[in-house]
Structures are given as C-alpha cells and as structure tokens.
Write a protein that binds this ligand. Structure first.
Ligand SMILES: [Zn+2]
Length: 207
C-alpha cells in the first residue's frame, strides 16, 4: 500500500508509489542559504522538494509512525535528486541529533535514516553521533533574541575528529535554519573546513 494514495504497490521495498513520487515538487535552485533566517556556520543549505501535500504526510509519518525505513527511502531519492558534487568535495555525512527523550520515545532518529539513504547512493560514509545534543537546552520560546542565540550556541557539541573535513548534515525539514546553523557552528569550532545542510523538504517560498 502506498502511504499517500493507498494504492497497492507490487513490492515491499517502497512505502509510496511512483505516481505519488511524480507529484513531489523539486526545488530547482536548491541552495536555500540566502532564504534562511539563521545561516551562521553553514556554507550551503539545500532541500530536495517543497513541503507539499503527499510529502508532508510522509514526513509526518516518518516522525510518528515508526517508519525508519521510509527515511531510508526518502534519503535514496534525495541522493538521486541532488548530487554530492553540489557541495564540492564531501568527506563525511551526518545527521542533526534528536533530543535524547525523543530518541528514547521514538526509538530512531529519522534524520539518520535519511542520511544513510543518501550515503548509499553517493558512496560517502555516513556516521551518526558526530554531533551531540547537550543536555541542558532551555526551551527557546521563553527566551529573547540574544538569549536564544546563546542557548543555541551551547546546544550541540562534537564527539569525533572532524578537522579539515567537509561535512553534509541531514534532516527532514529545513525552516529557519537555526538548528542546522547551531550544528554547523559546533562543527566549525571543532575544525571542520566546510559544512552544508541537506534536507528532504522545505516549506513553499513566501515570495
Ligand atoms: Zn501513491
């Protein structure tokens, strides 16, 4: 069964059918870095498709219905749509880490599965837990702009040697860029040479 249109699919390998896949709207100029509210630390920010009907269902399903494999499938499509050359030379792929409480509840990090799917297509190593989410991140909503920045600056730390590496960070959706930027800044602080963001989707342009 296709997760979007409920039509029968003649394979267990796919979660959605090719007809629904054709309805996805690829982003032509996929570098979104100038559209982000926060992009410090990032050298590029790309997304595959607009967050349109069908794909939004899949991404919701990815988070809440125990569908790690769907992440892998979306990651493979993303790896086919956007080539690694888009980012120049790439040494390593990783994912935005999930908060430990969410990871415990969900059992998997959907961003890691997306990255693993792309890694299969690109033949570039994917490593999880390069970036670690620090324990004491206060909820952003109670903070002013300056406090938010400090809060995000301390939100992540890097757990592996990333010196002089060019790294692509994966996630499902790119919105303001604040999480990606905080991850990128932590990698740059640890010596990474280049850091780019790649997500499956991003909301429609407002202008
Ligand atoms: Zn379908």
């Amino acid at each position: 069964m296709c997760l979007i249109c409920n039509q029968f699919i003649n394979t267990n390998r796919n979660a959605f059918c090719s007809k629904c896949k054709e309805n996805f709207t690829p982003i032509i100029k996929s570098n979104r870095i100038n559209k982000l509210l926060v992009s410090d630390g990032l050298d590029a920010a790309h997304s595959g498709w607009y967050f349109t009907q069908g794909l939004d269902d899949l991404i919701h399903s990815l988070k809440y219905n125990d569908r790690a494999k769907l992440g892998l499938e979306l990651g493979r499509h993303l790896g086919q749509l956007i080539s690694p050359e888009t980012f120049g030379h790439v040494d390593l792929l990783t994912a935005v880490p999930l908060h430990r409480v969410k990871l415990r509840d969900r059992g998997y990090n959907q961003a890691e599965w997306i990255g693993k799917g792309a890694a299969e297509i690109w033949h570039i190593p994917f490593k999880k837990q390069i970036i670690k989410r620090n324990r004491f991140t206060v909820s952003q909503t109670t903070l002013n702009k300056e406090e938010r920045k400090t809060n995000m600056d301390n939100a992540f730390s890097v757990k592996r040697n990333v010196e002089n590496m060019s790294i692509v960070i994966f996630d499902d959706v790119l919105t303001t860029g604040s999480t990606m930027s905080a991850c990128a800044l932590s990698l740059k602080k640890a010596g990474a040479a280049q850091v780019s963001a790649l997500t499956v989707s991003t909301p429609m342009d407002t202008h």
